[in-house]
Design a binder for this molecule. Structure first.
Ligand code: AVI
Length: 345
């Protein structure tokens, strides 16, 4: 599988369109990721200047972080992935019949393992299936793309190494399309970020296109908290890798033995909140920006939120952006929801 680095942001749409026409299997890199080290440094610096210090969770996913996230997905306490996979396995055929033939575009595709159930269902019913995975991890994209092509040589894969925003401009040349947004990644957005996200995507999607959204649902607190505090400590390693990455890439010189993973459910905000607590005072250096931030003993830096949803509220919210719910699928326990929407206006 070819990998074409540094497509400029402006040229991405044309390159993407040409790759589709020429039936190439390729990963294109969007211009926004051209200087990743600098934007990581700037993001950390900005987050540490806030009153409640907050780091951007997208930087959890470097090569090591993506590997740890895949491991989280198979932990016994982390029910999300296996529950959503089982729903997809059961309903992919019905979903594909409902939408008709369409270009599958997946936001935050990771390993694409779950999506394979969808691709397989579309292949069973339609010819010329085209899949566009979008991810910020080039490694994950290349590995997933190669695996799909090896297993399903008739499927065309045109991946985008970039952010969700980079991909929105491509939605005008993929219709009829189904945007696939799985794993309850929506839960990692604040309400404000979510609003901007739906506004943008709704603006770019064409009338009649589909959206398949996976959301984790509110349930017993003990189940939620266990999922983010697995006994094997994989989630703790995943969040601590953020600071290991800062040591590697920003020269932060942090002692990771004095940083502790803390995750709990905030019922008032219906979300898991994940922090790294400093058990001793330390200084965080950002070499490239010549900045140092003091962190007090006991201070907690928020690294991620994971909102949990109620299906009726999700549907009502999406309706306000022009998405009409056409099919809802859940597991027997009602722990996870997969909703198919159609863009109406
Ligand atoms: C990617 N996202 C949906 C995961 C979640 O459950 O919020 C990220 C994660 N963080 C800790 N464990 C999993």
């Amino acid at each position: 599988m070819q990998y074409e680095a540094y497509s400029s942001h402006d040229g991405l749409r044309e390159t993407f369109d040409a790759a589709l026409q020429e039936q190439q299997n390729i990963v294109l890199q969007a211009g926004s990721l051209q200087n990743p080290a600098r934007s990581f440094a700037e993001s950390v610096c900005e987050g540490l200047q806030k009153q409640q210090r907050q780091l951007e969770c997208r930087f959890l996913y470097d090569a090591k972080g993506s590997e740890l996230y895949e491991k989280i997905c198979s932990q016994p306490e982390y029910y999300l992935t296996r529950t959503e996979t089982a729903i997809l396995q059961r309903y992919a055929g019905e979903i594909s019949r409902e939408t008709g033939s369409c270009h599958l575009i997946e936001l935050g595709s990771g390993s694409s393992v779950k999506t394979d159930y969808l691709i397989s269902a579309y292949q069973a019913h339609y010819t010329n299936v085209c899949y566009t995975p979008i991810d910020i991890s080039a490694t994950a994209l290349k590995l997933a793309g190669r695996a799909i092509i090896a297993k399903r040589p008739d499927v065309q894969v045109v991946g985008i190494h970039g952010t969700y925003n980079d991909s929105f401009q491509l939605l005008s040349c993929t219709s009829p399309a189904m945007v696939v947004f799985l794993g309850s990644t929506l839960g990692n957005f604040t309400e404000e970020e979510e609003h901007g996200f739906w506004q943008d995507i709704s603006w770019h999607m064409q009338t009649g296109d589909y959206l398949l959204l996976g959301v984790d649902l509110v349930k017993d607190i003990s189940i939620l908290e266990a999922a983010y505090n697995d006994a094997a400590g994989v989630t703790a390693a995943f969040t601590k890798n953020y600071f290991a990455r800062m040591n590697r890439e920003l020269g932060s010189a942090l002692d990771l033995d004095h940083i502790r993973h803390v995750a709990f459910f905030n019922s008032g905000k219906s979300r898991m909140e994940i922090y790294l607590e400093f058990t001793e005072a330390q200084a965080i250096h950002i070499e490239s920006l010549q900045k140092t931030f003091a962190v007090a003993q006991g201070e907690m830096l928020q690294i991620e939120i994971s909102r949990k949803f109620h299906l009726p509220a999700v549907k009502a919210n999406l309706r306000s952006y022009g998405f009409e719910p056409v099919k809802t699928c859940t597991d027997d326990k009602g722990w996870f929801g997969l909703i198919l929407f159609q863009k109406s206006s």
